[in-house]
Design a protein around this ligand. Structure first.
Ligand code: MG
Length: 160
């Protein structure tokens, strides 16, 4: 079950326009000032380790499934309208993201808050409301994966 979750989560991320490279770029953005000589490969390794976690795969599948149903108009009101508009007071998208941030401890929360505020790289694209796509859950999940991978990197990668 773990493998199929991991495989499907990666496939769905790609289908929704998010590659492992996009995620590695966010980690580089978050960590470049704290690690001398940080390489892109190191960022990518940490992203892959986070994606391999079962709870991370579960969060990705759940979030993307809801985003897709929202795009298709498949939810009932008032949920459909709240998710379509990415209503700020909804907040359950962030709770799902926290289950990812949590995997490597509390340092991840600082990174998550920072990246959610600045929305660099792929996060800017996911937040573009003019596309007709809905990424209400995915934008938080992507930020959370980058934050968790940054925590893993900062902790010396000993925790798996
Ligand atoms: Mg959101």
């Amino acid at each position: 079950m773990g493998d199929i979750v991991h495989e499907t989560a990666t496939k769905w991320l790609n289908e929704r326009g998010v590659t492992n490279n996009d995620l590695a770029e966010l980690v580089y953005f978050l960590q470049k000032d704290y690690h001398d000589g940080l390489t892109y490969e190191t960022c990518l390794e940490n992203v892959e380790a986070v994606l391999a976690k079962r709870e991370v795969g579960n969060a990705i599948l759940t979030g993307i499934q809801i985003d897709r149903l929202t795009e298709q108009g498949g939810l009932e009101e008032p949920l459909q309208d709240m998710l379509k508009r990415d209503e700020g007071l909804y907040g359950v998208d962030e709770i799902i993201a926290f289950s990812i941030v949590n995997v490597y401890g509390s340092i991840g929360f600082t990174n998550y808050g920072y990246i959610d505020k600045l929305k660099p790289g792929i996060l800017k694209k996911l937040n573009d409301k003019s596309t007709g796509e809905c990424h209400t859950f995915l934008d938080d999940i992507v930020g959370a994966i980058a934050a968790a991978a940054s925590s893993r990197l900062a902790h010396g990668q000993q925790e798996d």
